[in-house]
Design a protein around this ligand. Structure first.
Ligand SMILES: Nc1ncnc2c1ncn2[C@@H]1O[C@@H]2COP(=O)(O)O[C@H]2[C@H]1O
Length: 931
């Protein structure tokens, strides 16, 4: 590991060359990069209705409809109707247009003094005012036309353009949007307002917004980053590093996306800002480590040496946590790759590659840069003369707002019950709200409400009908089923339900067309707006239509009928509910012999919302599991794993609670918050735990270890969290609601994670000792030494572990006096390495009693009974020993009587052995003397 980390410093030219080469190769992929804002990216790959949808679309025509909204205070003039007609034809000429419906081809069927007149509303430009008036009247008279092609007041008309998408053109929507614009714009001037709404427009606007976002958010993030780094690290050199590393990693990520054919979408558009912000946290840690290292170097050393030592210091102290944090953050983003929606999947790829690349580049390049050009003075630390360099970070060194936060954390850590007492109910409340979170996958909902697209869509829905279209398709096994009045009545009943229900705007079916003719056959009597009661009548009425009039509503063989529903529901939850109710009602009305299918692109997009939840749960679970396993392994204890999860689950609960409270839906943007938040927030936890692990090897006093950990980690944790929060807040300025929501929620997640890390983790840490000292010792001195020693005889691994947990490691140097004869002391020692000699001092004579080696125990007499030490013990070499304090052990062993019993028995055994040995030596002595 150290080898990898020091590689950049050891082989500077090679490292620079490798990075340059990879960057150039990736850079060439940038040319292949394309943008995808299509609706397909929002549809789940595994949607079961996809096949049925394709079949129905082939038969009844595409639901991919663009509507041209045309408004004029006085629409019915020669000039305007002429312009409208030209628009109709121009649109019809477009190669991708399947059909165009407007006042020029919709049929008006009307009784004229006993004669049924069936003709298109407009057949060219009317010759005179009277004819113009007549056309207007006809349009407003037909229930099939009002609300679809003409507004109630006659001032707004619509041209509906059905589109067949070219599957081979990845930029189809953009091309279609432009072509439609070109077709209508020559006539724009004739009207008060003309605009198109439909998938091409939505995609086009999405793309425009996306580039606007990039242009705005990237500089903003850079600004925020520079500002926070300058404030926290007080080094002008510092902000340059993350800019270099993030630029290179973005070239890598987007270049690879180009090669792999993964497009940029509205989510991956935020990757640059994310990388700049998230990547910089690593750089901040590294710079802080380097500046810390400078402090330890010799003041008079040459600059090169100073930089080299500081860099090595940084690598030694931060290598492991930096690699871990890069891995977890990358995993956080990669976990989104499990989504069924390609929008989210593509984002997961872009973000995880960029973050992983940033990690690699940072770890290789930053030490290299620092060792060459690193600053030589840290303004963060006082100079070496001001302060004892070996001392631990202390609260006294920290000033300003951080000190305040620290003070707060300390106060909280002192009241663990209160902290837990507040945390648990808060989590419960937020958790309850979290269950009320709704989902949304609507493309229009991704825009802010003041965006022109949203305004146009609503305008259309208010004056005519909503832009969204889906089909209710009914299929009967009987030929000519939909010529029978009972089945036609079913179509009418379903429509009746839709109109009464009120959630959808409009519905049109074959039955409506026949009912209209029926009404006109009865002198326009509104009561006769009902389906004909015999098949003969149906056949007769059909004569008033051309096949093209009915194409979208009934099949050639009259076995299948299609109800076209229009709506303006842009909230997935409501839409899902309304569609589910409708599906149930329609099936009930249709009866067992008629199959009912509700299909449409719009519905498939909506169905994918469910997958968002599934993907979310899966990826959060996966990530938590991975973190748990990883952290458990690193700290060789499941407690370490659990501890690292707690401060990361808290922000998730809070974020989802807030979403539930404020009706922020789970959408492709917000769905990524949880995993990303975990991936980032875990970084602080890792740094905290790794520092705690180091501290707890130095002291048995857990509270002291926690105190030191928090002091040491406060500055980097607070500064990176503030930088991240600020970086995410930048996204509030995005043109997309979903990105703004993402940014806001992520910022909240960062703040809560920080609080959890600095307040709740310390409280938890004060209850458990994270690192099994046993494991550290087994690594260091070998398991055998511990297992075979008399002190731990007949104890299980678990019991030994528990017993060792109560000790602390102390070092000794050759010649040190470990125990002073005649003094009072209650500590017992277990020698891990080195040796010591026991000697007795009496009447000016010194007698050596024994030499103790590793695995031996000393000081056990004072440990079992408060009395004067019976002998001197002096270190014969440098070494280490475990220190057991009698009071600490007794206090803790109350909880573990079995372990205490064994430990006491073993001490008795040691004493017995020593007594036996002394007795035998005594008898030898007497024999030698001949007494
Ligand atoms: N004869 C001996 N052989 C081995 N160790 C001894 C002997 N006498 C004293 N010690 C150790 O020296 C220690 C001095 O402090 P204590 O009396 O607490 O405990 C004593 C024993 O651990």
């Amino acid at each position: 590991m150290q080898n990898f980390l020091t590689f950049g410093v050891r082989h500077r030219t090679l490292t620079a060359l490798i990075i340059a080469l990879v960057t150039i190769v990736c850079g060439m992929g940038l040319g292949k990069l394309r943008v995808d804002t299509s609706f397909d990216s929002l549809i789940s790959d595994s949607d079961p209705t996809k096949i049925i949808y394709e079949k129905i679309k082939d038969e009844f025509g595409s639901d991919n409809t663009t509507i041209i909204y045309v408004r004029s205070a006085n629409l019915w003039t020669e000039e305007r109707i002429g312009a409208l007609e030209n628009m109709h034809f121009a649109l019809e000429d477009l190669p991708f247009v399947e059909r165009v419906d407007s006042l020029f081809n919709v049929r008006s069927i009307r009784d004229r003094n006993g004669m049924i007149d069936s003709s298109t509303v407009l057949d060219g430009v009317p010759f005179d005012d009277e004819e113009m008036q007549q056309a207007r009247d006809n349009a407003l008279y037909s229930p099939l036309i009002v609300g679809n092609f003409i507004s109630k007041n006659g001032n707004v008309t619509a041209i509906n353009v059905s589109i067949t998408k070219d599957p081979n053109d990845p930029d189809f929507d953009r091309h279609a949007y432009r072509a439609i614009e070109d077709a209508i714009s020559p006539y724009r001037a004739a009207f008060d307002e003309v605009f198109q709404v439909g998938p091409p427009r939505v995609n086009q606007d999405t793309e425009t917004n996306l580039f606007d976002d990039l242009a705005l958010l990237v500089p903003l993030s850079l600004g925020v980053l520079t500002a926070t780094i300058l404030v926290f690290l007080r080094s002008a050199f510092a902000p340059i590093i993350p800019m270099i590393t993030s630029t290179i990693s973005l070239v890598w990520a987007f270049g690879l996306m180009g090669y792999f054919g993964i497009p940029v979408n509205i989510l991956s558009a935020m990757v640059p800002s994310l990388v700049i912000v998230i990547g910089s946290t690593e750089d901040t840690h590294m710079l802080a480590g380097y500046l810390g290292g400078l402090q330890h170097s010799d003041k008079d050393a040459p600059a090169r040496e100073k930089r080299r030592l500081a860099t090595l210091f940084l690598i030694r102290h931060l290598g492991l946590p930096l690699i871990l944090t890069s891995v977890t953050t990358t995993l956080g983003f990669a976990a989104n790759g499990m989504a069924d929606i390609s929008l989210v999947r593509d984002f997961a790829f872009a973000a995880s590659v960029a973050i992983a690349g940033n990690g690699i580049i940072t770890l290789m390049l930053v030490p290299l840069m620092l060792s060459l050009f690193g600053p030589l003075r840290s303004r963060l630390h006082k100079t070496a003369t001001d302060k004892d360099t070996t001392s631990k970070p202390d609260d006294h060194d920290i000033h300003g707002p951080v000190a305040l936060v620290l003070k707060f954390c300390r106060a909280a850590a002192g009241k663990p019950r209160m902290v837990i007492g507040i945390t648990v109910p808060v989590l419960l409340i937020f958790g309850l709200f979290a269950f009320q979170t709704k989902v949304s996958n609507d493309p229009i909902a991704a825009f802010k409400s003041h965006h022109p697209l949203v305004q146009d869509v609503n305008k259309l829905a208010d004056t005519l009908s909503g832009m969204e279209i889906f089909y209710i398709n009914l299929e009967s096994p009987q030929p000519n089923a939909f010529k029978k009045s009972e089945n036609l009545q079913k179509l009418a009943d379903i429509k009746h339900y839709i109109i009464n229900d009120g959630r959808f705007d409009n519905a049109l079916s074959f039955a409506d067309h026949l009912s209209l003719v029926n009404r006109e056959f009865h002198g326009g009597d509104p009561a006769m707006m009902v389906v004909p009661d015999s098949e003969q009548l149906v056949d007769q009425y059909l004569l008033f239509f051309q096949r093209s009039d009915l194409e979208s509503y009934v099949s050639h063989d009259f076995q299948r009928a299609n109800i076209v529903v229009r709506h303006n529901i842009h909230n997935s939850h409501d839409l899902k509910q309304a569609v589910a109710d409708l599906a149930a009602k329609a099936s009930a009305i249709a009866g067992p012999n008629i199959r009912v299918n509700l299909v449409g692109q719009n519905l498939m997009i909506n169905n994918a919302a469910e997958d968002l939840i599934k993907a979310q749960v899966q990826s959060v679970a996966l990530l938590l599991a991975v973190i748990f396993v990883m952290m458990s392994l690193v700290y060789t204890s499941t407690i370490g794993g659990i501890l690292s999860l707690v401060p990361n689950i808290i922000p998730i609960v809070i974020v989802f609670g807030i979403m539930g409270m404020f009706d922020i839906p789970l959408n492709p943007g917000t769905a990524t918050v949880a995993v990303i938040a975990i991936g980032i927030a875990i970084d602080d936890t890792i740094h905290l735990l790794s520092s705690y692990a180091q501290e707890s090897r130095q002291t048995v006093d857990r509270l002291e270890a926690v105190r030191r950990t928090v002091s040491g980690q406060a500055i980097p944790a607070i500064s990176t969290s503030v930088a991240l929060t600020a970086g995410f807040i930048v996204l509030l300025w995005s043109n997309f609601t979903i990105l703004a929501q993402f940014g806001g929620l992520s910022a909240i997640a960062m703040i809560t994670a920080l609080i959890a890390d600095l307040v709740i983790t310390p409280v938890l840490l004060s209850y458990v000792r994270l690192v099994g000292l046993y494991e550290i010792l087994s690594l260091k001195v070998g398991q055998d030494l511990i297992n075979n020693s008399l002190l731990f005889k007949d104890m299980s691994r678990y019991q030994i572990r528990k017993a060792i947990l109560l000790s602390e490691v102390v070092e000794f140097k050759k010649g040190d006096r470990l125990v002073d004869q005649g003094s009072i002391g209650r500590d017992m020692y277990f020698i891990l390495s080195g040796s010591a000699s026991v000697s007795l001092e009496r009447d000016g004579h010194t007698t050596t009693l024994a030499t103790l080696k590793e695995g031996s125990v000393l000081g056990e007499l004072g440990f079992v009974h408060e009395q004067e030490r019976t002998a001197n013990v002096d270190a014969l070499s440098n070494g280490e020993m475990l220190l057991f304090n009698a009071d600490t052990v007794r206090r803790n062993m109350r909880l573990y009587p079995h372990i205490a019993a064994k430990l006491n028995l073993n001490i008795a055994r040691i004493l017995g052995a020593r007594l036996a040995e002394t007795s035998s030596r005594l008898s030898d002595y007497h024999r030698e003397k001949g007494t």
